[in-house]
Write a new protein. Structure first.
Length: 106
């Protein structure tokens, strides 16, 4: 989610329209990439990428996974999340309203 929101923020700062941002960041992931990865597996997707993408994904994938499983999820389970501002910002982001409208139009 954080990566998706970071992409949304970058596209917004670059002047892209909400519909384009949602299409590129949310709908493409929800309707295309995630179901494909679920059906075929992440390894299949990675194996069919360019050499650069394969090397990058295999090098960097363990890092966020470790942070999530060993730090972030543990903090949430212990109700010790120290990023309450980030959560509040996410919940009040104007993009959420635009996403809700697009979901209704699907």
């Amino acid at each position: 989610m954080a990566i998706m929101m970071a992409q949304i923020e970058i596209l917004r700062k670059k002047g892209h329209s909400y519909s384009e941002i949602i299409s590129e960041s949310v709908i493409e992931a929800v309707d295309s990439l995630n179901p494909f990865m679920h059906a075929r597996g992440v390894a299949f997707v990675v194996d069919n990428c360019s050499t650069t993408a394969r090397l990058g994904s295999r090098k960097w994938a363990p890092r966020p996974d470790c942070i999530l499983t060993q730090q972030a999820l543990v903090a949430v389970d212990n109700n010790a999340s120290n990023n309450r501002d980030l959560i509040s910002n996410f919940l009040s982001d104007p993009m959420r309203g635009a996403i809700e409208v697009c979901v209704q139009l699907r």
